[in-house]
Design a protein around this ligand. Structure first.
Ligand code: SME
Length: 153
């Protein structure tokens, strides 16, 4: 790991510990999503938009988020978030302008990572979506720690 990656991993580790403590306060899912979105967004300099889309009656509807105004409902089976629902896996997009069907909620976003959240039946119920103004902003370090953090929700 490079020094930069090590520093990033350390930062994520501290956030992970904070999330563990903060999520002791309530079982309410919206409160938990809002807490994670706010914490991540304000601690991570490479984040531009940080939030959740929640599967609601077959649609991806925006949940708690931080950053510029986002699309409220994502067109079905299109873009990065829906690909995360379909493939049930993390998707890292180094250049969103090259991703087929990418839904641009804000033209300043250039790269993106999407993390599916699973319920107790192992179904995807929400997506964590983080956008960056930088190209190629997200790495395996982001993937590993974001996976750990969303499991706490
Ligand atoms: N770009 C996403 C849509 C959500 S916004 O980035 C906040 C997509 O293609 O699914």
């Amino acid at each position: 790991m490079t020094t930069k990656e090590k520093n990033l991993a350390r930062r994520y580790e501290r956030i992970f510990q904070q999330v563990e403590d903060l999520l002791l306060k309530t079982d309410n899912k919206i409160a938990r999503l809002a807490t994670v979105a706010a914490l991540l967004h304000h601690k991570m300099p490479h984040y531009f938009w940080t939030g959740f889309y929640i599967l609601t009656a077959g649609e991806l509807v925006v949940g708690p988020y931080q950053g510029p105004l986002a699309c409220q409902v994502l067109e079905k089976n299109k873009g990065v978030c829906w690909a995360g629902v379909r493939d049930r896996k993390v998707i890292i997009v180094p250049n969103v302008h090259k991703f087929p069907g990418h839904i641009p909620c804000d033209s300043r976003s250039n790269s993106e990572i999407v993390i599916p959240l699973f319920n107790e039946k192992n179904e995807v119920w929400a997506i964590l979506d983080v956008d960056s103004q930088k190209f190629d902003a997200f790495s395996e370090v982001d993937k590993e720690w974001l996976l750990r953090i969303v499991k706490l929700i």
